[in-house]
Design a protein around this ligand. Structure first.
Ligand SMILES: [Zn+2]
Length: 85
């Protein structure tokens, strides 16, 4: 169980948050110009990196803020939390 430090609400259990995916994959500039397969890959195939990765989380059962966490996938340690970004 992750304990996520919301900058507005303080430390909260991960069950109050919704995972928003990796924060590393930039959205295609013009989705209409890429193939359906590439679009599906971008939407559904996350990177599976080892080590610290930036992730988007929404405090959906709290203040509603979108946060960017830097979480180590080996230990689940949350190294940094930023609002937005
Ligand atoms: Zn919050």
């Amino acid at each position: 169980m992750l304990l996520i430090h919301c900058p507005f609400c303080g430390p909260r259990s991960e069950i109050e948050f919704s995972y928003g995916g990796p924060a590393t994959a930039p959205r295609p500039q013009d989705p209409a110009q890429i193939s359906d397969a590439d679009w599906v890959d971008w939407l559904t195939v996350p990177e599976n990196r080892i080590g610290p990765v930036p992730e988007r989380w929404c405090h959906s059962k709290g203040c509603g803020a979108w946060l960017t966490l830097r979480r180590d996938t080996r230990t689940h340690e949350i190294l940094e939390v930023q609002h937005g970004a």
